[in-house]
Ligand binder design. Structure first.
Ligand code: AMP
Length: 181
């Protein structure tokens, strides 16, 4: 088990390692670049253990990763929990029959897809991504899981941009983030 003091130490370390890239992908956005964290074996290993710890013993059987950086986090978290992995991808990337959810972006819209047999009725699913910003992406993914009768047991984010109020869109769900800005 990880206690509060250990968790605080790890979050401080992660904050120092995550790189801010201003004006990417467009002017005014500060992109949270996690690649330096991925390159640091010790800190990344602790990050995964911290994110997974909260969900041990919850009966989660699938960990869902959102394209693309969510995959990198979801896979080792699923290993820690002894669960399977579900990839949610942008439209047109998955090979088998899919279900879709379209959601609004600042300009226009986007569609996410999941295989129609990815979640069984009543199955407990943990949704994972790197950054919670406005919450639109995570909300669309919740809808995909619920369409198949799955239960969203938790939403785990490495980083939360609190000033964008993404949590509001996910009201009624258990949202956890390791580090907050
Ligand atoms: P949103 O739907 O606004 O919550 O955006 C979440 C998705 O966009 C996640 O998949 C993130 O990877 C990505 N994202 C949004 N804002 C940022 C940011 N400032 N830095 C890195 N990724 C971001």
């Amino acid at each position: 088990m990880i206690n509060n003091a250990q968790s605080e130490m790890i979050t401080e370390r992660i904050k120092k390692i995550v790189r801010d890239v201003p004006d990417f992908p467009k002017k005014g956005i500060i992109f949270k670049d996690i690649t330096p964290l991925l390159a640091d074996n010790a800190t990344f290993t602790e990050t995964i253990k911290c994110m997974a710890a909260k969900y041990k013993g919850c009966g989660i059987t699938k960990v869902l990763g959102i394209e693309a950086r969510g995959f990198i986090l979801a896979a080792p978290i699923a290993m820690e929990l002894g669960a399977g992995i579900i990839p949610v991808r942008k439209k047109g990337k998955l090979p088998y029959k899919t279900i879709s959810e379209t959601y609004a972006l600042e300009y226009g819209e986007d569609t996410l897809q999941m295989h129609e047999d990815a979640v069984r009725k009543g199955e407990k699913v943990l949704i994972v991504d790197d950054v919670l910003a406005t919450g639109g992406t995570a909300k669309a993914v919740v809808a995909l899981v619920e369409k198949l009768g799955g239960k969203v047991e938790g939403i785990a984010m490495l980083i939360e941009l609190e000033f964008l109020n993404g949590r509001k869109k996910l009201a009624g769900h258990d949202v956890f983030s390791l580090i907050k800005y």
